[in-house]
Design a protein around this ligand. Structure first.
Ligand code: FES
Ligand code: MG
Length: 604
């Protein structure tokens, strides 16, 4: 008799599908399964438990990540949801990335986290996986990794923190961190006040409570159909509603596992159309554009179909409706209490593609129809009707021109001085962050309020600092700030925080670190012309002059001529993750992913 017949992979107490994945390690699948069960049983699981759909739960708790401070409770609630629905929940860690504790930048680490997420989901015997994330780069990293892993992957958002209170007014990280710090620097607040405020700006765990990148990505995840419509994006991190979302996500994960509903099977161009529509309507973070491009380019059927121009075209049809800081005045808890995502989607209905699929198998239209809108407050203060928008359209606009042949981004709705959106001015150029720090407050700096501040070297590779630091919000030179100048047109190849505002052109591509960059050859005194309405961003130089300057710079980069500054200095080779990053990172117009991680595999 064949002893293997009794150890048939399919006949023995039916192991969960996940337990049978990848059993070729020893060239003997029966032995592999036998061994796998030996080790998992060390944790006390029975054959019965191991015969259930196995739902992995990605644990991104870290003592350095307050935005994920509620992860232990979310895991417990998600496990309850899994196990009440016949699955077996098993949690495991991946890295966790917090904005403030990620040097040089969290963006630098986003792709690393996406690789960790993808590989651990692929490697381990899970039928589906819940990925718990919240802080700015974690949700994008998990979606990128989740699409590439191509198993059923369900995001569970940690949720926004509560607003704090100071002298009778509400405050919240991090828009109010910036406003109040500026007031302190301008002598409008004393050390006692700014210290007392420091205690209150982040009064609970959870993500920043304004429409920064974390809240933006939560709303986009809802628009992609991947979290429960009601509360999935907006319920506060410390609310009981957030725990019920976790339990519901557990239940959804068991069903998604049974139906093998992978992210590649759910997400379509229509899903991304909806995400961009929502991005424009919430006045979302400029970072959301970079992340959406990276996420879309992980999908084999969507690769390169969603571009900066898609963002622009959808923007032209989409008004800004949600009144949250920094474009408006309120906090995420207000958005939640005003009806949140279902109320917003109901308002946006005519602009959404309702046949897009969601994680439950329903279409977005069906999920919206299932909401009972009479049962929650639908405040038109916070979520404006289409006819009475906060900003008519193109909250986020895309610019092109000789200085940005592959595009640049501006959050037009966050500019309070609209004349700067159509402006010609003399360039005042800074070659990197050190140069900026050394000269910006110099009383002898040759600058006036009509000048255009240009910062080079903070792109993805960045000759000044890698990972697109959020330094695009170049400070107003102190001598102008002292005269009451609040805004100037500012240009860079870097990013800015989703919680910031001003007339700021970002993500100029190609970045100044690349030899072909035109941004890198702009000099003091060159005239910059920006016109948001006609999508134009140009330096007024002839193409012959541009070609000559680019050629001269390449000679200096190659050491044939002497470098006159950091923009012309030859790059030193780097090792480790940074070496991999510099060799492989794509430009902002492609999502700043590693070329070998995109669905195309290698094209840069
Ligand atoms: Fe984590 Fe703002 S620091 S969301
Ligand atoms: Mg941020």
């Amino acid at each position: 008799p064949d002893p293997m017949a009794d150890y048939d992979l399919s006949r023995q107490i039916q192991p969960a599908v996940g337990m049978r994945q990848g059993l070729s390690n020893y060239g003997d699948p029966h032995f592999s399964l036998f061994l796998r069960k030996v080790f998992i049983k060390a944790l006390g699981y029975s054959e019965d438990a191991l015969s259930r759909p196995i739902i992995g739960i990605v644990n991104t708790y870290s003592g350095f990540n307050p935005c994920h401070g509620n992860v232990p409770q979310l895991i417990e609630a998600a496990k309850r949801g899994v196990q009440l629905n016949g699955g077996l929940a098993i949690d495991f860690p991946t890295i966790s990335v917090h904005e403030s504790f990620s040097t040089p930048t969290s963006m630098f680490l986003r792709n690393l986290m996406s690789m960790d997420t993808e590989e651990m989901i692929k490697a381990q015997p899970v039928d589906a996986c819940i990925v718990i994330g919240g802080c700015d780069k974690t949700v994008p990293a998990q979606l990128m990794g989740g699409i590439s892993a191509n198993k059923p992957v369900l995001p569970l958002i940690t949720g926004p923190m509560m607003p704090g209170s100071f002298r009778g007014g509400r405050i919240g990280a991090c828009t109010d961190c910036r406003n109040n710090w500026a007031a302190f620097r301008a002598n409008e607040m004393d050390i006692e006040d700014i210290s007392a405020l420091n205690e209150e700006l982040a009064p609970t765990v959870g993500t920043c409570g304004v429409m920064g990148t974390a809240s933006t990505m939560a709303c986009l995840t809802a628009a992609l159909g991947l979290v429960p419509l009601r509360g999935g994006a907006t319920a506060s991190a410390v609310s009981s509603a957030r725990l019920r979302i976790a339990e519901q996500t557990g239940a959804n994960a068991v069903r998604a596992a049974q139906d093998k509903r992978t992210l590649q099977s759910i997400l379509s161009e229509a899903s991304f159309h909806n995400a961009i529509t929502v991005l424009q309507a919430i006045g979302g973070s400029t970072n959301g554009i970079v992340h959406l491009l990276a996420i879309a380019n992980r999908h084999p059927e969507i690769y390169d179909k969603i571009t900066l121009q898609t963002v622009h075209e959808i923007g032209e049809k989409t008004p800004l409706l949600v009144d949250l800081k920094p474009s408006g005045d309120n906090y995420m808890t207000d958005f939640h209490n005003a009806g949140g995502i279902p109320a917003l989607f109901q308002t946006l209905r005519p602009l959404l593609k309702l046949d897009a699929l969601t994680i439950t198998g329903e279409t977005l239209g069906e999920a919206l129809d299932a909401e009972n809108f009479r049962s929650f407050p639908f405040s038109t203060q916070i979520i404006r009707p289409l006819a009475e928008p906060l900003y008519p359209c193109s909250s986020l606009a895309i610019l092109y021109g000789n200085i940005a042949p592959k595009g640049a981004v501006i959050k037009a709705s966050a500019s309070k001085y609209r004349h700067l959106l159509k402006h010609r001015g003399r360039a005042v150029v800074f070659a990197g962050l050190e140069d900026l720090a050394r000269r910006i407050d110099d009383p002898d700096l040759d600058v006036d309020e009509n000048c255009v501040l240009v910062l080079q070297g903070i792109g993805p590779i960045g000759f000044s600092s890698p990972g697109m630091p959020e330094a695009g919000l170049i400070p107003i030179p102190r001598k102008l700030a002292a005269r009451g100048v609040k805004d100037m047109l500012r240009l860079s190849d870097g990013r800015m925080s989703g919680t910031a505002g001003g007339s700021i052109v970002l993500h100029i591509s190609p970045e100044a670190a690349l030899p072909e960059s035109v941004l890198a050859i702009v000099k003091n005194g060159d005239i910059i012309h920006c016109d948001v309405e006609s999508q134009k961003l140009e330096v007024e130089l002839s193409s012959a002059e541009i070609d000559a300057r680019v050629k001269d710079r390449i000679d200096r980069l190659e050491g044939k001529l002497e470098a006159r500054g950091p923009a012309e200095s030859r790059r030193q080779p780097t090792r480790g993750y940074r070496g991999l990053y510099e060799k492989s990172v794509t430009q902002a117009d492609k999502g700043v992913d590693f070329c070998f991680l995109t669905a195309q595999g290698a094209v840069k």
